[in-house]
Write a protein that binds this ligand. Sequence first.
Ligand code: AMP
Length: 442
Amino acid sequence: MQFTDLGIDTRLETQLAHQGITQPTDIQAHAVPTALAGHDIFAQSKTGSGKTLAFLLPAVQRVMKQKALSKRDPRVLIVAPTRELATQVFTQLRLLIAGTAIKAVKILGGENFNDQIKALRNDPQFVVATPGRLADHITKRSLQLSGLELLIFDEADRILDLGFTEQLKMINEQANHRLRQTLLFSATLDHAQVDALSRNLLKKPKQITLSAANEQHSDIKQTLYLADHLDHKEALLEHFLNQDDVGQCIIFTATRADTSRLSEALNAKGFKSVALAGDLTQNKRLDIMDSFSRENFKILITTDVASRGLDLLSVTHVINFDLPKHAEEYVHRIGRTGRAGFKGNAISLVGPKDWASYLAIKAFLNDELKFASIESLKAKFKGLKEKKPEAAWDKSKEKAAAVKKPAFKRKAKPKKPTAPIKAPMNIDGDTPMRRKKKPEQE
Ligand code: AMP
C-alpha cells in the first residue's frame, strides 16, 4: 500500500520518500483516511508505531488543500504531554511542511513567554504545545482558538496522568465549535480519565485499536537481571555497557538526582555519558537531546519525563537501572529502542526495591518476563515472597494463590510480608534509590 492510496497528496508522499518512508504503518493506514474523511478519532497506538505521522499527514494535507475558517487563528493545535515529545512532533512537522508557505510554532513551558507571543502574532497555521504553557497563553489572550479546525491530543493518557485535566478543559472550551475535528491518541484507551475525556471532547469518534499498550514489542529483546543493591546494579551496568553490541544507550533511573550521580560514576569509569538532570534549563535539555541524537555521546541517563519524545534509531539498548513505578511507563521506556523495524534490547535491573514494580509490569504484560544472570555477577537476592492473603480473603482464591507459586523463593524464612514501595515520591513520581541494604534484602 502507498500513501497515495490513503488519499495523501503526491507532494507529501515525495516528502516522505526523501525521509525513506514509503509504506504506511498500520496506524497510518487506518487513521489517515478516517481523519481525511473528517471523523473524530479515538486511537490506541503503541509507541514507535508511526502515530505521529498518522495525525500529521491528514493535518498538513487539510491545511494545504482546504480553505481556512479563520485567517488569524491557528488551524491545527497539537497538544503533547512533555516538551521532549512536543519537540519531536514539531521536528516531524517541519520536515513535512518544508518548502511550503505553512507556518508552525512550538509553545513549550520553560521557554521565553514574550518570544512565544511574537511567534503567535505571526499567524501560524500550526501550533504544537505542552498543555500548561498553552493554557497560560489562552488566559493571557495571546492565543485565540475560535478558528481552530483540528485539535489533536498526542499521548492523552500521559497528559492526564501529569495532571493537566483543567488545562484540557480550557483548551476544549476555547475551541468549542461544531466544525472542529478532534483526534485523540493514547497509549491506552483502558483508562477512566481518557475515557471521560473522549466522551467530552469527541463527536461520534471512530475508534482505532490496533495494538494494545501491553502487547510485546517483537523487535525488542527484554531481559531482567536480579540485583542485590546499588553497587551490584552499577557492576551489572558496567558489564552491559562494555558489550560490543551496545550502540547508543538510554539508562533510566528512579529520580533526577540519580541521573547526575550515575552519570558522574560512569564518566569516572571512562564511559561518555550525559544526564538529563532536573535543574537544567529548557535550552540545555534540548541541547543535550540534540547532541545525543547527533551521536556525540553514547549514553543518556534520564527519568520517565524525558522518555516519550526520544525517537532515535541508533538507540540499541534501554537499561532500566530502576524499574518504573507505573507498568505502562515500562512499555514507553523500552519503546525508545527497536524503533521503526530496528532490533533493540531492553535490560532491567531488579533489586528488592523494584520487586513491586516488577510484579506490576509482569501482570500488565500478561507475560512471564525472562530473567538471566551473569555468572560472575549473580545476585543473592531471589525475589520477594508474595504478600500473605488478607483476613477477609476468599478461601478459594487462597487455594488458587497457593498453587500459583511465586517465580522466586527465598531460602531463609522471611520476617514479614513484602511491603509496597512507600518511599517518599520525588518530582517524577518515583521512589528514590537507596544505597543502604535492608536486613531483609540479604
Ligand atoms: P512514532 O510512533 O510516531 O514515534 O514514529 C516512530 C518512528 O517511525 C519515527 O522515527 C518515524 O519517522 C518512523 N516512521 C513513521 N512512519 C513510518 C513509516 N511509514 N515507515 C517507516 N518509518 C516510519
